[in-house]
Design a protein around this ligand. Structure first.
Ligand SMILES: Nc1ncnc2c1ncn2[C@@H]1O[C@H](COP(=O)(O)OP(=O)(O)O)[C@@H](O)[C@H]1O
Ligand SMILES: [Mg+2]
Length: 589
């Protein structure tokens, strides 16, 4: 065959192969057009999983009748004019391909009316794919696009479509993404003339959260932190689930970049890193995030579906997102719970209203309690003791006051909301870990020389594990030397650990290092060592504590970052609300 130009219909059908995979892709393209036309209300009607009909109706700006024919042609767009425009593009579309592609694989009808004109116009393609001249019709301001019999002339494509139910599921997923992309737009969806959902346009945080709850579930939003983080160039907003609401799959992770749903490795990596030491191994975080950046720093023209993007400086994006998420997660401490309402006892509202505890009885004052505790458990840094608290302040301890211990493992405390149960080991592990991180970050590690240096032998593999991380151990406050090939001599230890069995502790840490191997990032590596130290050095159950020691742990938890879970992501404490306890005993009925 000699070279010839492809027939335009065929060229469009080839292009459709890239962007129009299934009915849900049609919906994406049409809704994006409506959003670009500044619609505030979008109604989507679907028949038979989108295979017989998809109709998207908006109240946007409309298309000029003289542009209607052009709108259905390839490489025809009103959104950019020059390369320069492309680099600054903020609209969702700009390639001028979607309508032409859709029209080449379906029967398409577009009806539109503009505010400045008296009548609306309609355009459609006939059975041979030929676009007919626009004809006047009555139509409210805005645009309606009807796509019927998708893939009817491309049977090969049609064969790939699944059952009606499956295709509709794809449509719903796509609709959810779009509905969450713009809270200020109202959406409606019907399937086979049945209402599936309808959401009003919202501008208030409370209503936005309702919309998120409708789509991602009540459980997500009631366990999520709202974040709003920005620097001079970027903004990160949205909701991230607290570690206790993690998922077995990475299936609730939505990221929008300048209003566009994207999947991006750098951003995912930054988020995973930020969750690293609060999430239970193998679990996935859930989040809904909106990142806004200057369009000049990102290239969205990487792939026809525009889900992939390329950042000019991906390190800057990484650090920004990591910081934003990390800071938000670290701010989680006891003290932001309020009692559940009676209809839904498991919902916690994280709106920062804390109801102060009522209990007043204390056997020792706080200063004394902290002293006893730190004396027993080896914190050598000058204990940071708050000035003696007034009666009022005493009432505002979120975790309340200890009343006892169960099986020398769990601390039971009473606060205004009811009963608090703390896993002593998990809580102490987090406290130690965060303290070590802070002292190390500030290079304020206090070392404790041993009166008699500790000498012991270790197998070669453990020696190597130590050698590979020697600098970290020194930074942490261990002064360790090697004598000959297999002997260790420990001269100084971090004061925080002075009362521990150092030999066992080191052995355990080395074997952790061997099993877990060397991780790539330096700070992650340090944290892995610290985490292991904290785990092995923390109080081990069974271990009897005095009431003062228990109270001191509670106070420490209240001041510790991430104290809601241990370094492995297990929860450290749980609130039992009085009304839940009352229900157990049918009180008040
Ligand atoms: N719902 C709509 N409201 C107003 N104009 C629209 C609508 N849909 C499409 N258009 C017009 O048709 C043009 C072509 O649309 P499309 O093929 O999706 O390309 P792109 O969105 O990349 O510009 C758009 O640039 C826009 O001017
Ligand atoms: Mg478009």
């Amino acid at each position: 065959m000699r070279i010839h130009l492809l027939d335009p219909l065929l060229a469009n059908q080839i292009a459709a192969g890239e962007v129009i995979e299934r009915p849900s892709s049609v919906i994406k393209e049409l809704i994006e057009n409506s959003l670009d036309a500044n619609a505030t209300k979008i109604r989507v009607e679907v028949e038979n999983g989108g295979q017989s009909l998809i109709c998207v109706k908006d109240n946007g700006s409309g298309v000029h009748p003289e542009d209607l024919t052009l709108a259905l042609q390839r490489h025809a767009t009103s959104k950019i004019q020059s390369y320069d425009d492309l680099t600054r593009v903020m609209s969702l579309g700009f390639r001028g391909e979607a309508l032409a592609s859709i029209a080449s694989v379906s029967r398409l009808k577009m009806m539109s009316a503009m505010q400045t004109l008296r009548t609306g116009f309609m355009i459609k393609n006939n059975i041979n794919g030929i676009i007919e001249a626009p004809t006047p019709i009555a139509h409210p301001i805005g645009t309606t696009v009807e796509v019927a019999d998708l893939f009817y002339q491309t049977p090969a494509r049609k064969k790939f479509l699944r059952a009606e139910r499956t295709e509709f599921q794809h449509i719903e997923t796509m609709m959810h993404r779009l509905v969450l992309s713009r809270m200020d737009v109202a959406f409606e969806l019907t399937h086979n003339q049945r209402d599936i959902f309808s959401t009003k346009a919202t501008h208030q945080l409370h209503d936005e959260e309702k919309r998120v709850a409708t789509i991602l579930g009540n459980e997500f939003i009631s366990n999520a932190l709202h974040i709003a983080y920005e620097n001079h160039a970027m903004q990160l907003k949205g909701w991230i689930a607290e570690p206790r609401y993690s998922r077995s799959q990475a299936d609730m992770q939505l990221i929008y970049l300048n209003g566009r749903f994207i999947r991006d490795k750098t951003i995912f990596h930054a988020i995973r890193e930020a969750y690293r030491d609060v999430l239970f191994h193998g679990r996935h975080p859930a989040f809904l995030l909106y990142l806004t950046v200057d369009p000049l720093v990102v290239d969205v023209n990487v792939h026809p579906t525009k889900q992939e993007v390329r950042f000019k400086d991906s390190n800057a994006i990484f650090s920004f997102v990591h910081r934003g998420i990390h800071d938000a997660l670290s701010s989680v401490r006891p003290g932001v719970i309020v009692a559940p309402n009676s209809e839904n006892p498991t919902v916690c509202d994280h709106t920062n209203h804390f109801v102060p505890p009522q209990q007043k009885l204390m056997q020792l004052n706080i200063t004394e309690q902290m002293k006893t505790y730190h004396a027993l458990h080896g914190s050598a840094e000058p204990v940071e003791i708050l000035p003696e608290s007034s009666e009022d302040e005493k009432q505002t301890y979120p975790l309340g006051f200890a009343v006892g211990q169960i099986h020398n493992t769990y601390i039971i405390a009473q606060n205004a909301l009811g009963m608090v149960m703390v896993d002593m080991h998990a809580a102490h592990e987090r406290i130690l870990y965060e303290k070590m991180k802070i002292t190390m970050d500030q290079s304020k590690v206090v070392m404790q020389p041993l009166l008699i240096p500790l000498v012991f032998e270790l197998p070669l593999q453990e020696i190597h594990a130590f050698e590979n991380h020697a600098d970290i151990f020194l930074k942490m406050g261990f002064v360790i030397e090697l004598i000959g090939k297999s002997q260790f001599i420990v001269r100084e230890v971090p004061a925080l650990l002075k009362n521990k069995n150092i030999q066992t502790l080191l052995r355990d840490i080395f074997s952790d290092l061997i099993v877990e191997g060397k991780s790539a990032r330096f700070s992650a590596e340090i944290n892995a060592v610290l985490s292991s130290v904290a785990c092995h050095a923390a109080l081990r159950a069974p271990h009897a504590l005095s009431i003062s020691e228990m109270n001191a742990i509670l106070r420490d938890m209240e001041q510790t970052e991430n104290s809601g879970c241990c370094n492995h992501g297990r929860p450290t404490w749980k609130q039992f609300f009085t009304n839940e306890l009352d229900k157990l005993f049918f009180r008040g009925r």
